[in-house]
Design a protein around this ligand. Sequence first.
Ligand SMILES: NC(=O)c1ccc[n+]([C@@H]2O[C@H](COP(=O)([O-])OP(=O)(O)OC[C@H]3O[C@@H](n4cnc5c(N)ncnc54)[C@H](OP(=O)(O)O)[C@@H]3O)[C@@H](O)[C@H]2O)c1
Length: 486
Amino acid sequence: MSPRLLAASITNRTAPITFREVVAQAARRLWDSDNLQTDFMARSGIQEMVLLSTCNRTEIYALTTHTGEAAVALAKALLPAASNSAEARPAQTPALTFYHNIAAAEHIFQVASGMDSLMIGETEILGQVRQTYEIAQARRTLGPVLHQLFRDAIRVARRTHTETPISSGATSIAYAAVVLATRWAARQTPGTGTSSGLRGRRVLVLGAGEIGRRVALNLRQDAARTIVRDRTESGGDLLVTSRTWAHALHLAEELQGEAIPLADLPQTIATVDVAISALSAAQPVLTKAMLENARGSRASNPLCLIDIAMPRNIDPQVACLPGVDLFNLDDLKEIAAKNLQERQAALAAAGEIVRQEASNFWRWFRARRAVPAIVELRQQAEAIRQAELNEALHRLGHLEPRDQEIIRAMSAGLVNKLLHAPTTMVKEQLAGGFSETGFSGTEFSRLRLLSEEFTEKESSEAYLHLFRALFALPEDDAKMQGQVPS
Ligand SMILES: NC(=O)c1ccc[n+]([C@@H]2O[C@H](COP(=O)([O-])OP(=O)(O)OC[C@H]3O[C@@H](n4cnc5c(N)ncnc54)[C@H](OP(=O)(O)O)[C@@H]3O)[C@@H](O)[C@H]2O)c1
């Protein structure tokens, strides 16, 4: 059976964050298991595999000769943990979407281009796809097909970013989080509107990594431009914390904010108006008890907590506390919808590029099916050439080395030229004309004539036709009369 591409996907569109969190952990356990290749992949008929896990999606890409078995194995590995968790279970199942063959290629090209993201056109996902590819390379779960697919995905994403306006302007989760904070602040002071941004607010960013930095930059450059400018001289209302003190310090210095040790979170959280969290922590760093104790007399002061981490950094229970407004990734949907509206035209243009590139990938994928047969044909031809050459050189023992070289080169040239037409034709036919349901190419469709339901005469015609096509002989029967040995 020919190998097929399969992608299993769970995203923010198919499942809520509670479900995605559990699935992401299950996928991570599967991916990190010591005997991934020898156990899971071998049992499920999966030859190549990649795990793409981001804040909004968990996806597994696989090359398999047993699509059904592989799909069941992936569903069993990912879903039970989530289905068993009452809190995590989505209202409507199934949350798992499968993409096959060219649809899987088109999907990863869209994902890498930011076309399937919560914030359409965001470019962070491209970095995550690149990182995923590097990790799979190191893990040795890639073969030639997924290598090509992911290299193409990275290239296609760059194309869509440069050839269409899909990622121009502000479009990222970090940006959306800052917009959400700004809206929250405006609601606290009716009549001010969002134009005053986070002026006068004390904002804490948890995380000095890629996303924490982007959040802080957005605060600095956009919605909170005013506070950062106003507070530079007075000590700063932009606070930054991170697991590693040096990272927090570095980011705070860069943005003229204030670095806070993560250990001081309980005291610090009681003093801020807004906290945006983007830490890669496995467990919540901010719990209900911590917040309750910390807030003490300020217990009813409004506090906006925006958790854009996956898994979440803030215990969802804190939402029960008075004055606390807690938001997570799923709460960014409204801002994302507006972003989508603004990018419809760019999305269509990027979609055109993606379709064209997926079709090219698919031609390449199909043509690969011819490779083993072509290798065998060439090996056989080479063995015959060597035997005939040795025999001829033996009989022409008097030849000078230079003349022997000419004979050698001629024999190689003959073999290459004779094999060129059939190998090219087979590759081209498989690339363009071999459909999932059967033969549909111009030349190969004639092969149907070989079936038993056709007469002997029709079958002989089909063989002859194929023979001519393989060796690029003229189509005209008259020209061939008497030239084909009986
Ligand atoms: N990348 C995206 O596009 C994206 C988008 C939205 C949300 N997110 C989410 O944002 C979070 C951060 O992603 P990122 O891309 O910024 O990752 P990153 O660049 O690797 O940064 C990770 C951050 O988390 C801290 N950290 C790592 N392990 C920790 C632990 N065990 N306990 C506490 N802190 C820890 C790091 O601290 P030090 O470096 O100081 O040690 C750093 O501040 C993740 O939860 C991710 O799911 C990512």
